[in-house]
Design a protein around this ligand. Sequence first.
Ligand code: SAM
Length: 189
Amino acid sequence: VTPGNGPCRHDARRIPLPGRARWSWLLGSPIRQRRLRQLTRLLAPRLPPGYVALDVGSGPGYAVRALVRGGRAPAGHWLLADPQRAMFTRREILATVPSLDRVVAEGGQLPIRSGSVDAALSLGVLCCMEESRIPAAVDELGRVVRPGGWLLFAVPKWRGSADESLLARAGFAPVERLRPGRGLFRKQD
Ligand SMILES: C[S@@+](CC[C@H](N)C(=O)[O-])C[C@H]1O[C@@H](n2cnc3c(N)ncnc32)[C@H](O)[C@@H]1O
């Protein structure tokens, strides 16, 4: 485990994959689900019909389920990206999303065309990465989201302002904040 800067500071390459995914059930706790619902409400009404969206560091897919099952998101296509293949085993969650692909990938190296997604999610992910990998991961978000597209973003409060500076550098401006480091951002044209 990387020496701590916060409660969930770990990196996908440092902890054996099965060991980390074993804790994925924690992501489904009621308090997290409530927070995800709060956040996803910001994005759902802004998604254009037929959108393409990406959840980076998706885990089992709880955020996408909250968006789709909450009934507010129109029909669109989802891509879930996570470096832990074992995160994708919760079929009952994935089954709630009609159009979905999964890819095993690091946030700093997404196998996705530039400007090809209408919206991206990065929820509780940067805080799980080594500090040195974070700028590349934020740049990748800036690369794949089209101008005018959306980013739903969350990190713990203690690192919210610093990470928002990185988002600004990658071209994202805040649209609706629940607090620093948690809210909806828009990619500038
Ligand atoms: C706290 S979980 C959040 C999961 C999901 N975003 C949610 O809100 O339910 C952090 C996720 O980040 C993923 N992750 C860790 N390091 C990563 C990296 N370098 N690139 C992309 N995802 C990473 C983990 O595998 C894990 O699924």
